[in-house]
Design a protein around this ligand. Structure first.
Ligand SMILES: [Fe+2]
Length: 294
């Protein structure tokens, strides 16, 4: 079973109330960018176990980088603490490309509160985003959006179309608190010679909205990839950091989170439908069935 390294829970006393009072205009890091250093990309958010107090900021880099990290603040309160990111990598079993992802788990946030953040690593130009935490576990009005089968947003990839880019912009226009990203994400398994690159394109497309609000995914049959480990989820596991389901090898395959008084469940439809994923491994001529594990 291929699985990314264990997620390190980044604990900090840096609750919002501990944020230093530095003008927001000073938020931009003054470190020099180094020519040729790949910057953060594919930035996206996910709730932690408690959406009113936990958020995970994730991104990728085109190469191995030094000291990936995040600075958290508020528009009015200025810069807070710096949080180190955990790096996870995986190697696509078909084309042997290595993907570098970085995840910073934030704890102790204030419910129903807006934050700004910057992410960077040594030598890179910082990238900025924002989010709002969920209300606490009481009755509260909120808006969310939901759809699946997104694709990369570019017709240069099999199973993708420009509508995938328009859909992301439409979600953003709705200004939801969060988005449910129902399964069949990148369709990388239909682009077998460039599975990781297809994912990169997908993540950059969804980042247009997902850097500003959590996009909570469920795996579909197109996330099952030849060369992606026993279940084919190596890419999904590396790129997303989702609420803990108290398993060692299946984090993100199913999970739940509560916003206000509403409980949301994400399940692995592959294990329910028992569908041939159609990701035929060139080495064996066979595809995967996922059955019975969840
Ligand atoms: Fe689908």
């Amino acid at each position: 079973m291929i699985h990314p390294s264990r997620r390190t829970v980044l604990r900090s006393t840096a609750a919002a109330g501990a944020l230093a009072t530095v003008p927001a205009s000073a938020l931009l890091w003054s470190q020099p960018a180094v020519a040729g250093t790949p910057g953060p990309e594919q930035v996206h958010l996910q709730y932690g176990n408690e959406p009113s107090r936990e958020m995970t900021v994730s991104w990728a880099s085109a190469a191995s980088v030094r000291r990936p990290r995040l600075r958290l603040g508020t528009a009015h309160g200025g810069i807070g603490h710096t949080f180190q990111a955990e790096t996870r990598t995986y190697v696509d079993g078909l084309n042997k490309v290595e993907t570098y992802t970085h995840h910073t788990r934030l704890h102790g946030l204030r419910p129903d509160t807006s934050y700004i953040y910057e992410i960077v690593h040594d030598g890179a130009t910082p990238v900025r985003g924002s989010f709002r935490t969920a209300p606490g576990r009481e009755r509260a009005a909120f808006r969310f959006t939901s759809f699946g089968d997104l694709g990369t947003g570019s017709a240069s990839w099999s199973k993708s179309a420009i509508h995938g880019a328009a859909a992301v912009r439409q979600v953003e226009q709705f200004n939801p608190l969060f988005h449910l990203l129902n399964g069949d994400l990148a369709y990388a398994n239909n682009n077998q010679d460039r599975q990781p690159q297809c994912w990169d394109a997908f993540m950059n497309n969804m980042s247009v909205s997902a850097r500003n609000r959590p996009w909570m995914p469920a795996p579909g049959n197109h996330e099952v990839e030849a060369g992606g480990g026993e279940l084919g989820y190596a890419s999904y596991h590396a790129r997303f950091d989702l609420p803990d389901n108290h398993t060692r090898d299946f984090c993100g395959n199913w999970y739940s989170f509560q916003v206000g008084s509403v409980l949301f469940l994400s399940v692995d439809g592959n294990d329910i439908a028992i569908e041939d994923d159609a990701s035929i491994d060139p080495a064996t001529g066979r595809s995967l069935y996922i059955s019975g594990y969840s």
